[in-house]
Design a protein around this ligand. Structure first.
Ligand code: AMP
Ligand code: ZN
Ligand code: FE
Ligand code: FE
Length: 282
């Protein structure tokens, strides 16, 4: 059994484990490989690569790019990209600017609803001090809502305020998924569509296959077994690789957010297949 979890978040974005901790947990779970896929940043990769050497776990450098199509958040995973590529870093910095504006808009919407959570409150909830290339996301805002007593759980924070369509949800214009794919390809990476079951836009898979998509994350902790089978078949129909990820985000107030590392895995042969699909552009 040589397995890989290809979707985890660290303190570089909205996970609660440091990159080193994620790698250690992967080793403890008996995994051969783990990917670091933080939202709109590659800031956790170097630490994870180092930890991978120490723990004997293969670390797959990755990213999860935020895009929008028909008003819905679509996440594109990128693997094996040149994570120090200046153009990639510049592009991710642009995505983080949109994200920061979006976060301010959410806080403003909350204020209009009589809920007083400031960016300082959000930052105060964090265990680590955010570096410039690390991202703040809705889970951090949810955590501040819990800490300030406006809701009693992360899930309630999302259901009432932060989920798509909820009271304080805002989604400013962002790049579309095809652009996210192009950026990953231009950084020599391998684009994979994250958790397609959350979008209700299955036609997306064929469309993106035509612009360089390589894989589909059929196995994800938010998918039902039926969805997993469905996307496995859809991927096969379009000649795409099938990947799996827990989307581990650490734990908050003792509750694992999403699923533990190793909850969804693929054979490490898929890691090799992804590697062989790397772009050749330098
Ligand atoms: P952001 O990138 O700031 O928009 O935040 C995205 C993250 O919020 C995702 O990775 C999930 O962890 C979390 N999230 C989004 N929607 C929900 C939801 N409906 N319920 C729970 N968590 C969610
Ligand atoms: Zn997240
Ligand atoms: Fe995602
Ligand atoms: Fe994710």
């Amino acid at each position: 059994m040589s397995r890989a979890d290809l979707h985890t978040h660290t303190t570089a974005s909205d996970g609660t484990g440091t990159p080193e901790e994620n790698v250690r947990l992967a080793a403890e779970a008996g995994l051969k490989a783990v990917a670091i896929t933080d939202h709109d940043t590659v800031g956790g990769i170097e630490e994870a690569l180092e930890a991978g050497q120490r723990y004997g776990v293969q670390v797959v450098p990755g990213v999860e790019i935020s895009t929008v199509r028909h008003g819905k958040d679509i996440h594109v995973l990128g693997y094996w990209l040149r994570h120090q590529d200046p153009q990639l870093l510049q592009r991710l910095a642009e995505l983080r600017e949109v994200r920061d504006r979006r976060n301010d808009m959410i806080l403003q919407r909350l204020a209009e609803l009589g809920i007083s959570v400031t960016m300082q409150d959000v930052l105060d909830s964090l265990k680590t001090v955010k570096k410039q290339d690390e991202t703040i996301g809705r889970p951090h805002i949810a955590e501040a809502l819990v800490r300030k007593g406006y809701v009693s759980s992360m899930q309630e924070a999302f259901d009432r305020y932060l989920a798509s369509g909820a009271a304080a949800y805002v989604n400013p214009p962002r790049i579309d998924p095809a652009t996210g794919i192009a950026w990953i390809l231009e950084a020599g990476g391998v684009p994979v569509l994250a958790h397609p079951g959350l979008y209700g836009q299955d036609e997306l898979i064929g469309e993106l296959a035509a612009v360089g998509l390589v894989g589909v994350e059929a196995f994800h902790s938010d998918h039902s077994p039926e969805q997993e089978r469905h996307y496995e078949q859809l991927a096969a129909r379009h000649g795409l690789l099938v990947t799996a990820g827990s989307d581990y985000h650490g734990s908050r107030n003792g509750v694992v957010f999403h699923a533990p590392i190793g909850a969804r895995t693929v054979d490490v042969r898929v890691v090799q297949q992804l590697y062989e699909c790397r772009g050749v552009q330098e």
